[in-house]
Design a protein around this ligand. Structure first.
Ligand SMILES: Nc1nc2c(ncn2[C@@H]2O[C@H](COP(=O)(O)OP(=O)(O)O[C@H]3O[C@H](CO)[C@@H](O)[C@H](O)[C@@H]3O)[C@@H](O)[C@H]2O)c(=O)[nH]1
Length: 330
């Protein structure tokens, strides 16, 4: 495939991951397209923040409308489709399980079918989620069974199966099982963004307390731009595959809060209030990934992990890039 022939569609281009991936693909010489259900209502701030807004072509497409989607895909010879569009809040999926499952599964199925029916040899890279694994007793890899506890995880697992079924019938369909990956672009309801913002605001004297939920969970947090580098790499392999994308390093949420407040010389226990309203009816206690396969086969390895990631998130939030300079300045 020549550089010139690379035309990528990113679904969910305006979100955290979509914006970073758009920047990476433009830098790699792709023509990049994105979609939104309503262009007049789309929030394109993230694309502007990574200075790629004028480099991407946006289209108004509703993924729930199978016919419209089929026409759209049939009119564009996309060499790659990176499928990121989905509701991303696990917490919200408990409040609207049917809406979440319906949206993730129907939109993925419509897109997969549109590609299947087009005459083009499009490569498909799916954004799957570590939520599909549920609780793990050891680091999850590509062979670990899915045992999701949330409606979101159930839906992502179904979408992943749709992708694997296409691969089994000989099409170029890959899936990245992404563990938690963070950045300043995160919506303020996600826990790392809440904690980092909370620590900054507490140190500025703007808040007296921060409400959080279950602090006993253990997660494998990474830096979102690096995870999008992994997805871009996956799209350039000879063979389609599934890869776990993770740091392999785990941390308890309590420790995350402690380190974030410690950065500003603050004692987190003086600020954090536990709110029962923020507890989920089912939560994953331990979620950690084994990135061995992607390291060995693609040479991809997360640089930002553990305490380094927390420093990076704080400094990116503050707009400081003194230490390990983030690839994406804000
Ligand atoms: N959001 C939130 N979570 C909290 C809070 N307090 C504790 N937590 C706990 O912090 C953990 C992480 O929550 P989130 O940041 O909301 O992320 P997530 O549910 O793990 O989901 C994210 O990661 C998945 C895996 O990559 C993604 O698939 C998903 O879309 C999302 O990005 C959960 O166990 C949650 O119970 C709080 O105040 N807010």
């Amino acid at each position: 495939m020549t550089i010139k022939a690379r035309t990528a569609l990113i679904t969910g281009i305006s979100g955290q991951d979509g914006a970073y991936l758009a920047r990476i693909l433009v830098d790699r010489g792709y023509a990049v397209h994105g979609t939104s259900r309503s262009l007049s209502k789309a929030n394109l701030t993230n694309l502007s923040r990574v200075r790629v807004r004028d480099d991407v072509k946006l289209h108004e497409v509703d993924y729930r409308d199978a016919t419209q989607l089929e026409i759209f895909v049939g009119e564009h010879n996309f060499s790659h489709v990176f499928h990121l569009a989905a509701p991303s809040s696990v917490a919200s999926s408990f409040l609207d399980p049917i809406g979440t499952i319906d949206s993730i599964v129907v939109c993925t199925q419509n897109l997969v079918r549109a590609i299947e029916r087009s005459r083009y040899k499009t490569r498909f890279v799916n954004a799957c989620s570590s939520e599909c694994f549920g609780d793990v007793s050891e680091k999850a890899n590509e062979t670990t069974k899915f045992c999701p506890v949330s409606p979101y995880g159930i839906a992502k697992g179904a979408a992943h199966r749709l992708v694997e079924r296409q691969r089994a019938s000989g099409r170029w369909f890959s899936s990245a099982i992404l563990f938690n990956h963070e950045s300043p672009f995160r919506d303020p309801t996600f826990v790392t963004k809440k904690i980092i913002r909370g620590a900054i605001d507490a140190s500025d004297g703007k808040i007296d307390y921060l409400e959080l939920g279950n602090l006993d969970v253990v997660r494998d947090w990474g830096w979102a731009p690096e995870y999008m580098e992994a997805m871009a790499l996956m799209g350039e392999q000879d063979q389609p595959q599934t890869f776990v994308v993770a740091t392999g390093v785990h941390m308890k949420l309590t420790r995350f809060v402690e380190l974030a407040f410690e950065y500003f010389g603050l004692d987190w226990t003086k600020f954090v209030h536990i709110s029962p309203d923020l507890m989920r009816s089912a939560d994953i206690n331990v979620s950690v990934g084994d990135p061995k396969k992607i390291d060995l086969e693609l040479g991809w390895r997360a640089k930002a992990k553990g305490p380094t990631l927390i420093e990076l998130l704080i400094e990116a939030e503050l707009g400081i890039h003194s230490r390990e300079k983030p690839r994406f300045s804000l």
